[in-house]
Design a protein around this ligand. Structure first.
Ligand code: EPU
Length: 420
């Protein structure tokens, strides 16, 4: 069945100006929802964005026996005493992050049956580090008919885990499992993402004893049980960064409020190097775009490096820069499908292994392009804001997975954008 239902139409040429507020981070709230499964009872998460991925994670939790009820930007999660330790393929297929329930279910139920996620447009995206970590804590796994069955009949025990790469998901899966394992675990070369630090903060409110989250060395003193808690989700730095670049690419100026500019330091530094004027307060940032961007090189890296999920949007910005920029993608093996789409709009971008060479062109022109994934779709809309004529981003429903109210927010900033 074709998924090309949603199209976003953008007409280029209008400078974006004004203020836009961001909500909680997709890549935090999805993990917080899973973390709630560790403690039976009522949890309330605040600042929860109305995005498709939250709804899908709600289905994953419902399948496991929890109920999720949204009221405004609050999400109440009621977790049962005895969860159903299963995440089936129809849900895991919709969203890879469903795999995060593995560690939580093993910790709560001593077993978990989770369908194995496939690859995606970024390459194969294995989960070997998740499984190795959980094995070191006493879990065993068996793959049969596409379903991974994990067991830890005697519970999980603490371990000293040294990750080969600071994988966000592996760190989180291990953290969730370690919170209730017997003894003290350490995770070395852990991911340092602010969303992960926020997850640890929520778990600590639930009674966990986690130290060092947000650094590459995390210590988890396992506790026998956790209590429900309420938590406000950390603001979405990717949503903030995307609106900053949306303003900048048009030569306009956008102020993003309710965000944490400190979580975007590297991205803002590169925007400034490309000629943007950047001013920040504690919870706001204004980015004003130059008449024409200067070329700038950057390499994606785990936090606090330049975020891979800002890579396509930054390349869209640099596509009309006055010179050549070199971008190196270090997090994913293949995140370049959007490149061909930008080239259809007149960009001059080539890839060579992990490198992207962006030769700035004088102008781009609108056409039909394919939204490929969340950040690619955002990048193509950004390009459409400056392209001559109309750009139609098909498969644009990817945007809904990561950006709540994207089109109305852009309209409020002055973009000529609509959805069909
Ligand atoms: N990797 C392995 N083995 C593993 C785990 C990861 O080889 O066991 C590799 C991956 O294949 C990838 C790299 O390590 O090449 C980084 O993967 P990581 O585990 O850090 O990413 P993730 O947890 O799967 C999260 C975000 C992504 C974001 C990455 C990197 C969520 C739900 N997803 O994915 O977000 O790109 O971290 O920061 O948190 C997005 O929001 O658009 C998005 C794709």
């Amino acid at each position: 069945m074709s998924s090309r239902i949603e199209t976003i139409k953008v007409t280029g040429g209008a400078p974006l100006r004004g203020e836009v507020a961001v909500l909680g981070a997709k890549n935090a709230v999805l993990k917080h929802m899973v973390a709630a499964m560790l403690a039976p009872g009522d949890h309330v998460l605040d600042n929860v964005p109305g995005i498709a991925d939250v709804a899908i994670m709600g289905e994953v939790l419902s399948h496991a026996g929890a109920t999720c009820q949204r009221e405004g930007n609050s999400l109440q999660i009621t977790v049962p005493e005895r969860p159903n330790p299963e995440a089936p393929l129809q849900l895991v297929r919709k969203m890879r992050a469903s795999i995060l329930i593995l560690g939580a279910l093993l910790a709560r139920c001593g077993e978990a049956r989770v369908a194995l996620p496939g690859g995606d447009d970024f390459g194969s995206r294995p989960i070997d580090m998740h499984l190795d970590g959980l094995r070191e804590m006493g879990a065993t796994f068996e793959l049969s008919h596409g379903v991974l069955r994990g067991t830890a009949p005697d519970g999980l025990h603490a371990s000293d885990i040294y990750l080969e790469f600071p994988s966000v998901g592996a760190t989180e899966n291990i953290l969730l499992a370690a919170a209730m394992a017997s003894g003290t675990s350490t995770i070395s070369n852990a991911a340092r993402e602010p969303e992960l630090a926020d997850l640890a903060e929520y778990l600590n409110k639930m009674g966990a004893k986690i130290e060092g989250a947000g650094t590459s060395s995390i210590t988890v003193h396992g506790v026998p049980g956790l209590e429900p808690a309420n938590h406000r989700v950390v603001p979405d730095r990717l949503e903030a960064g995307t609106y900053a670049l949306a303003g900048a690419i048009t030569g306009g100026a956008v102020t993003i409020i309710d965000c944490v500019p400190d979580h975007l330091r590297m991205e803002l530094r590169k925007m400034a190097a490309a000629g943007c004027e950047v001013s920040t307060g504690e919870d706001w940032v204004t980015v004003a775009g130059p008449e024409r961007a200067s070329p700038v090189d950057f390499a994606t890296l785990p936090y606090p490096g330049f975020h891979t999920d800002m890579h396509p949007q930054m390349v869209a910005f640099l596509a009309t820069a006055d010179g050549t920029s070199i971008v190196t993608e270090n997090v994913y093996a293949a995140r370049f499908r959007y490149v061909g789409e930008l080239n259809r709009m007149g960009a001059d971008i080539t890839t060579d292994g992990q490198h992207v060479v962006v030769r700035g062109v004088d102008e781009m022109s609108g056409c039909e392009v394919d939204g490929c994934d969340i950040r690619a779709a955002a990048a193509l809309v950004l390009a459409g804001l400056v392209a001559d004529g109309e750009t139609r981003v098909v498969d644009a429903d990817h945007i809904d997975r990561g950006y709540a109210g994207f089109v109305p927010k852009m309209v409020a900033l002055g973009a000529r954008i609509s959805r069909t």
